[in-house]
Design a protein around this ligand. Structure first.
Ligand code: AMP
Ligand code: MG
Length: 338
């Protein structure tokens, strides 16, 4: 049991966090996507502590974070030209590339796979921590497995207090959804998990962009999946979430017919409720705003003791695909089509 320290973003804090990582510990780290739980990616005992702190299934691989392109040769056994192009265009930033791993990367880090996800984050504190630690950092989202990802230090403290020695407070995450995960297959770019880097942006590198079927559909038990994280219950608050797919007027009418004491609504605009007096949160009308606010909204539903969450249905183009992908899992694929 740790007395978890909340560190500020000073140089001294980064040095302290780096020293913890070098001694084989796990630290909560801000990134531009969501907060991560970081440990030395090459140290199996340290990585095992990440899995324990999160209660994460062992076959769900971790993403390895670098601060400099030269670090990649220790991690990826091959670097196709298209990966170099993507790195130049999107790094540092919210793109993870799945590549064949070197023997340096222990199987505990890659979830038993011969491939590894690599990313260079753009958050200055993440970059500073990786360089100060002097090693690539394995870092999944810093939430308990299954719950909404943390987008501020308070969320990390809520889930990880007592489980890890320290969290660096870097303020609110910009993107609010995890990185876009891609792999390269038959000359195409395949999106395994959508994020802030959209299909349209990737198409500028290679027009052949495919979207893995796990992005929008439930993965059947026992089915082999390209992105192992997709098969788990994910992002879910304690409340039962239902997506209401219809116009603003249809949503408002549905809420006034069905809301009870335990209902909490996630809406894009105050007007979505049509004046109904139901506890709610407004996350904004653009896909970027929705990505930024979604996980905090799901956490707020729990804080307010909601039993049921009714939410409007996001658009699915651009960054909206990431919002929809997270929300549909939070809702266990429950959608009411009006
Ligand atoms: P998280 O670290 O919680 O953001 O989750 C990382 C996710 O990235 C995993 O759940 C996978 O879906 C995906 N991922 C990471 N590494 C690989 C890999 N080697 N192959 C396929 N997907 C990966
Ligand atoms: Mg996660």
């Amino acid at each position: 049991m740790f007395d978890t320290e909340l560190l500020d973003g000073s140089e001294g804090s980064v040095r302290r966090a780096a020293a913890l990582i070098q001694s084989g510990e796990v630290v909560g780290m801000p990134t531009e996507t969501v907060y991560g739980l970081a440990a030395n990616a090459f140290d199996p005992a340290a990585v095992a502590k990440i899995f324990a702190a999160k209660e994460r299934p062992a076959d769900n691989p971790l993403i390895v974070h670098i601060s400099d392109l030269t670090m990649i040769s220790d991690i990826a056994a091959e670097l196709p030209q298209i990966a170099v192009t993507c790195a130049k265009k999107f790094w540092p930033g919210p793109l993870t590339m799945v590549l064949p791993k070197t023997p340096n990367v222990p199987y505990i880090t890659s979830g038993g796979l011969d491939t590894v996800g690599v990313r260079m984050p753009s958050h200055p504190l993440a970059l500073a921590l990786i360089s100060a630690a002097g090693t690539p950092l394995a870092a999944p989202s810093a939430n308990l497995s299954g719950s909404p990802s943390p987008t501020c230090a308070a969320h990390v403290m809520k889930d990880m207090s007592g489980r890890i020695p320290a969290v660096i407070d870097g303020g609110e995450c910009d993107a609010g959804v995890e990185s876009t995960v891609i792999c390269f297959e038959d000359g195409a770019i395949k999106i395994l998990r959508p994020g802030r880097i959209t299909a349209q942006m990737l198409a500028e590198v290679n027009p052949d962009v495919r979207i893995d079927k796990g992005v929008l559909h439930a993965v059947d038990n026992g089915e082999r999946v390209a992105s192992p994280g997709m098969k788990y219950k994910h992002y879910a608050p304690k409340a039962k979430v239902t997506i209401i797919d219809g116009s603003r007027e249809q949503f408002a009418a549905y809420v006034s017919r069905n809301a009870y004491n335990g209902t909490f609504c996630i809406v894009f605009d105050e007007a979505d409720l049509g004046g109904a007096e139901v506890p709610h949160i407004v996350i904004g009308g653009t896909s970027e705003e929705q990505a930024h606010g979604l996980f905090a909204a799901l956490r707020e539903a729990d804080e307010r003791g909601a039993e049921e969450v009714l939410t409007r249905c996001p658009k699915t183009d651009g960054v909206g695909l990431a919002v929809y992908n997270r929300l549909i899992r939070a809702a266990a694929f429950r959608v009411v089509k009006l």
